[in-house]
Design a protein around this ligand. Structure first.
Ligand SMILES: O=C1O[C@H](COP(=O)(O)O)[C@@H](O)[C@H](O)[C@H]1O
Length: 241
């Protein structure tokens, strides 16, 4: 059964980030206990992260209870600018009162991609408190995703073996697109264990890909499922004609 799709179109990338930040805060409002958020890399999410570090969004978020995870990571040295973690820290996490133990980053090189994937899966299982995913108890409260020009999401690239993995939460993955560095990614079942998913995509270079995704093409972004609705925050330039 496919998840409900909610499309939200903004005038431009800045307005999109405002809308997504409002949604993020509303989605977490009143939620008790620990909260798990999975972040993505990419240019459009960066604007959202910058918003969340500022008021009015910042003061509306219970940072002491939010745990930060990543949907995918590039296995390069920790100080390499291609790390999704580095971008999220610079845009958000370095500027808000988040306890260090709430940041669950994926290991950097020289850890091998397979070792990084296994360690991250163990960290997710420790947080979740179980070895298997319960459909009635999603792992993530919010899953943020981007979409690449080839239709990839997280580091699930078209035609790659990671797409077929159902028995792991995390795998290492071959990149199908620049930067061609080893990756670690959540698998489809782990992504599907999310109360809410939000894709963020801006710019005319996403339009053709989105038209294929919305037409149900066999692309990774089109195969994402969630426990709740899947939101698509787009700017006008990205909307398929
Ligand atoms: O490689 C990646 O690309 C996607 C899409 O990024 P964008 O800049 O084209 O929006 C991103 O979601 C993923 O986290 C990242 O590793």
């Amino acid at each position: 059964m496919s998840s409900e799709r909610i499309i939200d179109v903004s005038e431009n990338a800045d307005a999109l980030a405002d809308r997504a930040a409002d949604w993020f805060v509303a989605e977490l409002k009143g939620r008790p206990g620990p909260i798990a958020v999975a972040l993505s890399g990419g240019s459009t999410p960066k604007r959202l992260y910058e918003r969340l570090a500022r008021d009015p969004w910042r003061s509306a978020l219970p940072f002491e209870r939010i745990h930060w995870f990543w949907g995918d990571e590039r296995i390069v040295p920790a100080d390499d600018a291609r790390r999704n973690t580095l971008m999220a820290k610079a845009a958000l996490l370095d500027h808000v009162p988040v306890p260090a133990q709430n940041i669950h980053e994926i290991a950097a090189a020289p850890t091998s991609p397979e070792a990084a994937a296994q360690a991250y899966e163990q960290a997710l299982k420790a947080y979740y408190g179980a070895q298997t995913l319960d459909p009635d108890r999603p792992l993530f409260d919010i899953m943020l995703l981007g979409v690449g020009s080839d239709g990839h999401t997280a580091s699930l690239f078209p035609g790659k073996p990671a797409l077929a993995v159902r028995d792991r939460w995390v795998v290492h993955s071959d990149p199908g697109l620049d930067p061609f560095v080893p990756r670690v990614t959540l698998t489809f079942p782990a992504i599907a264990s999310s109360r809410a998913v939000a894709f963020l995509a801006a710019g005319a270079d996403k339009r053709e890909t989105l038209s294929k995704v919305f037409a149900g093409a066999d692309l990774p972004s089109a195969h994402v499922e969630a426990a709740g609705p899947i939101h698509w925050f787009l700017d006008k330039a990205a909307v398929p004609g």
